[in-house]
Structures are given as C-alpha cells and as structure tokens.
Design a protein. Structure first.
Length: 260
C-alpha cells in the first residue's frame, strides 16, 4: 500500500509541475505536442504489453476482452457528458488572447480549453487521470516485480504533464488567479493519487477473473483516451514530428520494461 501511495504521488507530481510551467513559462506548441506524443507512445506499451498481457495471464481472453470494451465504453460516455457540459458553458468574449491576438496560433490549445469553465477543465483531467493512476496501483498489485508499475508510472507522468500545462494556460487566459489554479490542481493531484491507492486495494484478494477484468478495464479507458484526445491533439499542434516522438516514447517504454 505504501508503494502504491508513493507511485501515485510521483505520477501526480506532474500536475503541480505542469501548473508552474503553464503559469511562468511559454513553451512552443510543437514542443508541447512532442511531449504529448512521447507520453502517448509510452502508454501504448503500458496498456498493450503490460496491462492487457497481465489481464490475459490472470484468467483468459474473455474477461480481458470484456474489461477492455467496458473501459472504452465508460470513457466514451463520460467524455460525451463532458462535451455537453463544455458546450453549455458560455465563452467570454473580447479578453481572451486567443480571440484578439495575432500570435494566438502560438498558444497551445486542447479540448479542455474550449470554454472558460474551470469545472470542465478539471473534470476532463480527472476523467483521464483516474483510470491511468488506478492502472499504476493495479500494476503494482498484479505482479511481484516493479516492472509494470514503473512503466505505467513513467507513461502516466508524461501524459499528465502536457495536459496540466495546456489547461493551466487556458485557465489563466480565462482570468483565473494563480491561487485558484494551484488549489484546483492540488485537489486533482490528491484525487488521482487516491485512485492509485484504490487501484492497488481493489486488486488485493479478489478472484483472478475479476483482476483480469479490472486490468483490462483500465487499459480500455486509456486506449479510448489516446484515440480521442492525445493523438489528435499531438498531431494537430505538432504535425509529422509527433510520429517520431511517439516512436521514441514507445521505444523508451520497451527498454524500461526490459530493464526492470
């Protein structure tokens, strides 16, 4: 349990780091897109060779496939609800740099910046972060070695970081204070850390078929998030360079898995 708490804290540390960068550093959008793509590449390895492989090994293909599809469907439904929330939130006019500045194309944009609703931003981040951080805890609980947990830790950290940076930029443009942004993201970090501990506890002492289903459930949620958010955003802002960054992230995750 202590290990799950530590891993959760390390993965969630991407949020305060991202807030600081978003508040005080202006990153080129192609660099941010490359970070997103690198993180996406590591997540592909984590969900394919670690989560799904472990899920099938725990029981059989059937509960693993059931969990994979269920995880994707849950993400899709929650994401659709978030989109409706964003559309219902009015956009402030006239004081958003993206509306009035010529250099607006240099500002990194993500789906969570579509409105000024801080709640929509936070819900979107939690929607991505909970299954990812829960998967870390599940990975730690599902095997004796630390390999799965380490691969997931690196992948989740790298996927959390650019999202926190981009969303902080959007909240700052909407007029939110630095204190508001910091407190909001601190709450997100606490919730995601708790999900890591919860994922570890959830897999303790349950039947193998249930472990298989839950591991694949986390994989399905992450896979849907990659297809819906990370890959489209990375390519939109980074172009063809994202393909190389994704490949490098994939290769690094493979090497990390072999070393551990």
């Amino acid at each position: 349990m202590t290990g799950a708490l530590l891993y959760g804290l390390l993965a969630s540390s991407a949020f305060p780091i991202g807030v600081l960068v978003g508040l005080f550093v202006k990153l080129p959008k192609k660099l941010l897109a490359s970070i997103i793509a690198f993180g996406a590449g590591t997540l592909v390895v984590a969900l394919t060779f670690e989560l799904m492989s472990e899920a099938i090994a725990e029981a059989s293909v059937l509960p693993a496939m059931g969990g994979l599809l269920t995880g994707s469907l849950i993400y899709i439904l929650l994401d659709a609800g978030l989109d409706r929330l964003a559309k219902a939130s009015p956009r402030m006019e006239g004081d958003d740099p993206q509306d009035v500045k010529d250099e607006a194309r240099e500002i990194p944009e993500t789906k969570s910046q579509a409105t000024v609703s801080g709640m929509a931003v936070l819900v979107g981040t939690v929607l991505d972060g909970i299954p990812e951080n829960a998967a870390i805890g599940m990975g730690l609980a599902s095997e004796d070695s630390v390999g799965l947990g380490l691969v997931l830790l690196g992948a989740v950290f790298l996927s959390n970081l650019p999202g926190a940076i981009a969303s902080t930029v959007g909240m700052k443009q909407a007029g939110r204070s630095g204190t508001y942004i910091a407190v909001a993201w601190l709450l997100v970090a606490i919730l995601c850390t708790a999900s890591c501990v919860g994922g570890y506890a959830l897999l303790a002492g349950i039947p193998d078929y249930a472990k298989s289903f839950l591991l694949a459930l986390a994989a399905g949620g992450i896979l849907a998030m990659l297809a819906d958010t990370m890959f489209p955003e990375a390519f939109e802002n980074g172009g063809s360079l994202t393909a190389l960054a994704t490949t490098v992230g994939f290769a690094c995750a493979i090497m990390l898995g072999e070393l551990t």
